[in-house]
Ligand binder design. Structure first.
Ligand SMILES: [Zn+2]
Length: 321
């Protein structure tokens, strides 16, 4: 009898859920809007509805499930399965995700940080395969990282290893939700890049982006990327500043962790070389040569499926342990 794993990537916008076989090959998958504004109970109900739908599509029951894994943004107690705080969710405080779903499913449920489950995914099927020292950096709405050293994923005293988004880059920079100022994630993220462009436009710099906005287009990283491709000097300046700052941040990461592979993922990484060429140039002059030469910069291979499959792989490792 085939047995299965459930893997769920819980995002502020979408719930991405997959059903996987014992080799973590995708059997069924679906997306549903999260409706985070409706509060934790509604979000949990929607997650459970996704799980039920996946099982119904495959004509199986929870007896056929070995375990379920969840990737959730924000801080959590991995051992107790409690999501303590998540930045993009309304009224989200100490939500007992694992227990709530375990009661419904009747099988073990495990939760972990969304970036770490992405790392489990890339380690199993993507850019991390065969490596023992890897840092995955995801640049999306925010900025995060997950770290694997000597084959072990690092967690730390409060499961906070890898909070690169709060690496201090300026003593008096943009305020951050963490209470500090000048955090890297306030600049190198979808929100940060948009903010940098807004500041330049407010300073009176002209840009194709401004023209497109006056025609009703929404200011996004993608729009800035489009302007960079047309050689727009202001947009290029935004990418240069962002790419360089990321380079300084990654230089610190390389000096601290000495990874052999540094994987860049998340939605913003789609901007590619027009952004990352500045990162490479900065890294070349601002990290220890020995550590830098040992480190290869790669892009994530699994796209937005990494979270789902990674959550399933993580659940598999936990239940076998
Ligand atoms: Zn911060």
């Amino acid at each position: 009898m085939t047995k299965y794993y459930l893997g769920v990537d819980l995002g502020g916008t979408n719930i991405k859920a997959g059903l996987f076989d014992e080799d973590f090959q995708t059997v069924q998958k679906l997306h549903k809007p999260t409706h985070e504004e409706a509060g934790p109970t509604e979000v949990l109900n929607r997650i459970w509805a996704c799980c039920q739908q996946l099982m119904a599509q495959e004509k199986i029951t929870s007896d056929d499930i070995l375990a379920a894994g969840f990737g959730i943004p924000g801080q959590m107690d991995v051992e107790k399965g409690i999501s303590i705080f998540s930045p993009n969710f309304t009224d989200w405080k100490d939500v007992p995700v694992a227990k709530w779903l375990q009661d419904k499913l009747g099988q073990p449920v495990f939760i972990d940080n969304d970036v770490r489950v992405n790392l489990y995914g890339e380690m199993a099927f993507g850019a991390g395969r065969g490596h023992r020292n890897v840092v995955l950096v995801t640049i999306g709405t925010g900025l995060g990282a997950a770290v694997l050293i000597n084959g072990q994923v690092l967690y730390g005293a409060s499961n906070s290893v890898g909070e690169i988004g709060h690496m201090n880059m300026y003593r008096h920079g943009r305020p951050c939700a963490c209470g500090s100022t000048g955090c890297l994630g306030r600049y190198v993220s979808a929100r940060g890049i948009v903010k940098t462009m807004q500041e330049k436009l407010a300073d009176g710099q002209t840009s194709l982006v401004g023209e497109w906005m006056s025609q009703g287009q929404e200011l996004t990283t993608k729009l800035i990327s489009k302007a960079v491709a047309k050689g727009d000097p202001t947009a290029v300046e935004v990418f240069k500043e962002t790419g360089e700052l990321l380079g300084f941040g990654l230089g610190n990461v390389i000096n601290l962790f000495n990874p052999e592979t540094l994987i860049l993922g998340g939605g913003v990484s789609a901007a590619g070389e027009p952004l990352f060429k500045y990162t490479r140039e900065t890294l070349a002059h601002h990290s220890l040569p020995v550590a830098r030469e040992a480190c290869k910069l790669e892009t994530a291979q699994l796209g937005d499926e990494a979270g789902m499959v990674g959550a399933a792989v993580y659940a598999g490792q936990k239940v076998r342990a």
